[in-house]
Design a protein around this ligand. Structure first.
Ligand code: ADP
Ligand code: UDP
Length: 238
């Protein structure tokens, strides 16, 4: 499958049309941004890790019963995916306090929750992706009740599956963000990516951060952390 015209260039990926109107090619870049694009940089090899990790995780999730956009890996940075109309929500699942949760509620990071939480942000850069309540999702017509029920069910299923998988790598899945989209017939599927850019992944024994927080917080060893987390997954999930 060949890349045709570029449809979109985002912060982390480029999206291309293909000869099949139902399929797209995504190409992962090494560009890194944080704080809604205010911090910019590059992480050598990140695009390769994110492409390979996202594909591997989505292939597993598909088998576990979560439909995904993943079709086929084309190269180390390029993947063929099903084209969707993205539901403009960031769906965040948390198992342990961190990031905006810890800031908003004034608690330390690292407090494990008795039960995972799911929350939504409205994907809108101009508004800084504000947190959004379900009634407001419906009021704005961003998704239907039925779609949100499906999304919530998949989000929890994804968390259950990934938590176990990462545990087998000696890694705690602290939190993550996923995006869903609609196929032409309206079917909701998992889209975008699941990678160290979109998850918090802590070494279970030492608490070492093996994700994008190393970049966001200038912790150093960013490239090494991306390489290490990929190697951990490949070793445990051969
Ligand atoms: P951003 O838009 O936040 O800068 P990216 O650089 O990751 O993010 O760009 C990828 C874009 O492609 C995102 O807007 C994402 O919602 C969208 N996208 C991801 N998967 C699909 C898909 N299967 N079909 C259509 N759009 C997709
Ligand atoms: N996240 C993401 N994209 C975003 C915002 C958050 O992938 O635009 C991920 C982030 O990597 C983390 C989870 O979602 O794994 C929860 O992030 P949080 O709300 O704590 O926000 P942050 O601390 O990044 O501001």
């Amino acid at each position: 499958m060949e890349k045709l015209e570029q449809l979109y260039e985002g912060k982390a990926k480029k999206v291309f049309a293909t000869e099949d109107p139902a399929l797209l090619i995504v190409q992962y870049k090494d560009d890194a941004t944080a704080f809604n694009g205010k911090k910019k940089g590059s992480i050598a090899g990140k695009g390769i890790v994110n492409n390979r990790m996202s594909n591997r995780l989505m292939a597993h999730l598909e088998k576990a019963g979560v439909p995904t956009h993943f079709v086929r890996e084309l190269s180390e940075r390029e993947t063929l995916v099903k084209k969707v109309r993205i539901v403009p929500l960031e769906v965040v699942v948390r198992n342990v306090s961190a990031g905006s949760f810890a800031r908003r509620y004034g608690v330390e990071e690292g407090l494990p929750f008795g039960e995972p939480t799911v929350e939504f942000s409205y994907k809108n850069d101009a508004l800084d992706d504000p947190l959004i309540a379900l009634p407001h999702v419906f009021a704005l017509g961003l998704a239907t009740r039925e779609e949100m029920e499906t999304i919530l069910r998949y989000a929890k299923q994804i968390n259950g599956f990934l938590r176990e998988l990462w545990a087998s790598c000696g890694v705690t899945l602290v939190d993550f963000k996923v995006e869903f989209g609609r196929l032409a017939d309206g079917t909701i599927i998992l889209a975008d990516e699941i990678s160290p850019d979109t998850c918090r992944l802590w070494d279970s024994a030492t608490g070492k951060k093996l994700d994008k927080d190393r970049f966001r917080r200038d912790l150093g060893g960013v490239e090494e952390a991306y390489a290490e987390i990929m190697a951990r997954l490949e070793a445990a999930d051969a």
